[in-house]
Design a binder for this molecule. Structure first.
Ligand code: GRF
Length: 193
């Protein structure tokens, strides 16, 4: 991707459905001089998502769309993004699947973070499945989004050791701490920074 200067950061939308802790880490990162992106929109399919509160706190525009009619919601987003020059999308705990057409429009500029070492454990219940299989390591992955779930090109991964007494909660907590570091690093990487 073309390198941006501090004065001309790539306008980015973060898509969430829940807590938004990755959103928060991306907002903090975006304010750093070295960040090639600015966070200009928070998108959620869930009006009750806790992460939407960051819109007010950090004065970022937000938009809630229920995605019941996917095409309608996506078309609204496309027009908002065009108007506001939003060029990049970071999915961060977004629980809806975007259409092939929409993804294609942002090819190479739409990223996701997933709480497993892909290609292992695509989809849901990643922690439980890793524990069930007595994995020694799990972790997180930032990848480009393509039309297949959790299958796009991997940008960066971070391994996390699974302890014998780990539970879904303790493992999720450990992995989340690493997610907050990994997403910004992956963004720097795709901008060759
Ligand atoms: C993270 O574990 C992320 O990997 C997954 O959903 C969770 C979102 O957490 N895709 P948060 O909303 O960023 O706190």
């Amino acid at each position: 991707m073309v390198l941006s200067t501090g004065y001309n950061k790539v306008k980015t939308a973060v898509f969430i459905s829940g807590t938004g802790s990755n959103l928060k880490s991306l907002i903090k990162f975006s304010k750093n001089r070295i960040s090639p992106i600015s966070i200009d929109y928070i998108i959620s399919n869930n009006s009750k998502a806790k992460g939407l509160n960051f819109a007010k706190k950090y004065k970022i525009k937000k938009k809630v769309l229920n995605f019941k009619n996917k095409q309608l919601s996506e078309n609204k987003l496309l027009s908002i993004f065009k108007k506001n020059n939003v060029k990049m999308i970071c999915l961060a705990g977004f629980m809806k699947i975007l259409s092939k057409n929409f993804i294609k429009k942002f090819e190479g500029k739409i990223l996701n973070i997933h709480p497993s070492l892909l290609p292992k454990y695509k989809g849901l219940y990643t922690y439980q499945r890793a524990l069930n299989n007595k994995e020694k390591y799990s972790g997180c992955t930032v990848h480009f989004v393509n039309s297949k779930l959790d299958s796009g090109k991997i940008i960066l991964q971070k391994k996390v050791k699974v302890a014998k007494n780990d539970t879904v909660n303790s493992l999720a907590k450990k992995i989340l701490i690493q997610e907050h570091k990994l997403y910004p690093k992956a963004i720097l990487k795709i901008f060759n920074l």
